[in-house]
Design a protein around this ligand. Sequence first.
Ligand code: NAD
Length: 262
Amino acid sequence: MAEHKGVVLVTGGAQGMGASHSEALGKAGWHVCVADVKDTAPTVHTIQTQGGSASGHRLDVVDSEAWNALAAHIKSEFGGLAGLVNNAGVSYRHGISDTDDANWHKVIGVNLNGVFFGMRAMAPLMRDSGGGSIINISSISGQLGYHGAAYGASKWGVRGLTKSAAGEYAPWGIRTNSIHPGLIDTPMVSNADAFVASSLESIPFGRAGTPAEISAAVVFLMSPESSYLNGSELTIDGGLIAAGTYWRIRHEAAQRSKGGDL
Ligand code: NAD
């Protein structure tokens, strides 16, 4: 195994942003435990070919017993854990009336219960390893009203859980923060052309973000450089939340007034 500065775990690391976070953390010198229900071998291989250290782990984040087993495995295999990135998630873009019980439970199960089970299983190991950093991937849909009701509720839940953990785990030397990506170019949005095209009209930068632009924040929050960040939320969305509404209104008004004064 290559030299590393500590062990971190990334869920949903087989593709999309999770793969990007895993690779960036590997480059930053961490041993990355890449966990997913999908095949993690390609991500592990990429990290290793870049000179980093990584291992693949099958984990369904809705399974609390599997979380406990993985915590025991990491303890026996690596001796401890310095960081956890709760990134695994599923998308669901339907309103309350169109959400049946099964879809509600699925979205809440992966996106919210998964984060809860993950922190509960891993935080004691992190405490016993001298503390560290938990990074929960929420969304801007956890900061405003989102048309996908179950998804929005799950991401608001992640934001709230993060605040609870920030207090509970601070005495253990663990910092807990949430990241709120806007529209990011990953497989999650690759089948949603109309949604993406319309979203771009509310993003002042006029483009989707890249996974690497989120991974840079993950690397920062994992590093000791962020030692006083706890319970914070980092919105990374090209200005959508802060200025997107009036940016869009301004452009639509200009079209309505046919170039006249707004
Ligand atoms: P993605 O669909 O490309 O990847 C998600 C990964 O999570 C996949 O590898 C998948 O196998 C894994 N996963 C799903 N269910 C799992 C389970 N039960 N157990 C373990 N792994 C599981 O998605 P992405 O765009 O990379 O999203 C990553 C995170 O970022 C998610 O939490 C998502 O909600 C969030 N997010 C995405 C966007 C976006 O625009 N793409 C915006 C805001 C937030």
